[in-house]
Design a protein around this ligand. Structure first.
Ligand code: GLN
Length: 487
């Protein structure tokens, strides 16, 4: 087999095990594809071809050894967002302040996948410190949407989504603090999971908003992504907020009928500003869920309108604290100066980009004495109201169906002079992060410009499996997830 573009994970696993092809062939295939396509897409910040091929050869030896206890993802390539530490590979978080930084250890999410046999191809582009919705805030370059390279791939995990959509990697890891897995998945037409907060360890993730950050995964289908999620999830002694809720292998074979499942549709997610084609395709998909046996129920999430202001206080507040460690002493960039205070100031001044500085100022202001109660404290209270909206609705439905973003992928440059317009793109994704619930984004059609449209199912805490079950049933019945751009 020389073409792995349409191959599912199960087919890759069987093919490798039967030695129809080798991990070396598979890995070379994706590395060649990166060689051919990434000049245009610009999904990767750094590549590790030599290491990847060496790992592939090791995997092939294990396949040849006759060992019966091979790890489940042995020999399968993976791209990793550049906010996750992988020992021996650079980790910039899309920032100049971390240029040249080599983490001495590997993040737990990645190390679990490595233990399961996966092979890292390279690190993908991201908005600086994951702050953004388009990759335009990357200090290095803007990644392109494979469906239309004059448009953004979404963000902040835009490089990861673009790498999977353009089939330069079968899988990629991303992080979702306010939508950064789901929104680029929607913009690029791939399937992306944001797990329950705490379900996947954050150890080795360069922190943005610690009470919101979650490590997620992109794949070409729900079934494929589920396999990686079950490996990544679980308690990690190195992350005190990780939960002791391991995920047993998810078996989706029987997921064809959704009888008994109740799906809520919140009216607050279909309001002015939503692109007509997005609403139409999401509603069509909801009908499809109904025809698969699910019961569709109108629900209300009345505090949805506060998600943008609440998030844009809490996330910058946490970011301003998390970013204090970048002082020119411990990591990456230093602007030399004999005066240590000046050195710190100049290093931070030169190392951080505009959006990061904006958020540090927003966050520091919201946390400063005299304003703390009015901004940060108030935001925390409203966050609880948003959370309670979800808990209330989950008394009657199993999950919530909604669009991921109000529009399809926008043109590069469209929002760069207007941060507020960029923040408003996040209106449908932020609530799940504030509530800590899981969300699974997947493609449901195209607009008139042939740009992918995504929707999301948001579940109860710890009920990722149900989301996979529902989307797998949908994907069994439709073929949106099999469409690929002509890159
Ligand atoms: N777009 C949002 C922000 O800029 C979310 C980013 C994310 O999830 N990392 O904060």
């Amino acid at each position: 087999m020389s073409n792995f573009l349409e191959t599912s994970l199960a087919e890759l696993q069987t093919g490798l095990r039967n030695r129809d092809f080798s991990s070396r062939e598979l890995t070379e295939f994706f590395l060649n594809r990166i060689d051919e396509k990434d000049g245009e897409i610009k999904a990767f910040l750094s590549l590790a071809p030599k290491k990847a091929l060496k790992k592939a050869e090791e995997a092939d030896k294990r396949f040849a050894s006759g060992d019966e206890n091979l790890p489940p993802l042995l020999g399968i390539p993976l791209a990793v967002k550049d906010v996750l530490a992988v020992e021996g590979l650079p980790a910039t978080a899309g920032s100049k302040i971390l240029e040249g930084f080599m983490p001495p250890y590997t993040s737990t999410a990645v190390s679990k996948l490595l233990d399961a046999g996966m092979i890292v191809l390279g690190k993908t582009n991201t908005d600086e410190f994951a702050m953004g919705s388009s990759t335009e805030n990357s200090a290095y370059f803007t990644s392109r949407n494979p469906w239309d390279t004059s448009r953004v791939p979404g963000g902040s995990s835009g490089g990861s989504a673009a790498s999977v959509a353009s089939q330069m990697a079968p899988f990629a890891l991303g992080t979702d603090t306010g939508g950064s897995v789901r929104q680029p998945a929607a913009f690029c037409g791939v399937t992306g999971l944001k797990p329950t907060y705490g379900r996947v360890s954050r150890y080795g993730l360069i922190a943005y908003g610690s009470s919101l950050d979650s490590v997620g995964v992109f794949g070409r289908s729900a079934a494929d992504s589920a396999a990686l999620f079950s490996v990544m999830a679980g308690k990690d002694p190195l992350d005190a907020t990780s939960l002791d809720m391991p995920v047993p292998e998810i078996n989706l074979n029987g997921s064809t009928n959704l009888k008994g499942m109740k799906i809520g549709v919140p009216k607050e997610y279909f309001v002015e500003g939503i692109q007509a084609a997005v609403e139409e395709k999401v509603r069509e998909a909801i009908k499809q869920f109904e025809s698969l046996g699910a019961e569709i129920i109108d629900v209300q999430l009345p505090h949805t309108q506060y998600a943008v202001p609440v998030y844009y206080l809490i996330a910058p507040a946490e970011a301003s604290a998390n970013l204090a460690r970048f002082d020119g002493v411990r990591y990456g960039l230093r602007v030399e100066n004999d005066d240590v205070i000046e050195m710190v100031k100049e290093s931070r001044g030169a190392g951080f980009g505009e959006e990061v500085k904006r958020r540090i100022m927003l966050g520091t202001y919201a946390l400063s004495s005299g304003y703390y109660d009015a901004y940060y404290g108030q935001a925390q209270k409203v966050r609880t109201l948003i959370q309670n909206d979800f808990l209330e609705v989950y008394k009657t439905v199993d999950m919530i169906a909604a669009p991921v973003a109000p529009t399809t992928a926008f043109k590069i440059g469209m929002h760069t002079d207007d941060p507020l317009a960029m923040y408003l793109e996040d209106v449908y994704t932020l609530p799940a992060n504030l509530a800590g619930v899981p969300g699974l984004a997947f493609p449901v059609g195209f607009d008139q410009k042939n740009l992918p449209i995504g929707m999301q199912l948001m579940g109860r805490h710890f009920e990722e499996e149900k989301l996979f079950h529902a989307v797998h049933a949908y994907q069994n019945d439709t073929n949106w997830h099999t469409k690929s751009p002509k890159v």
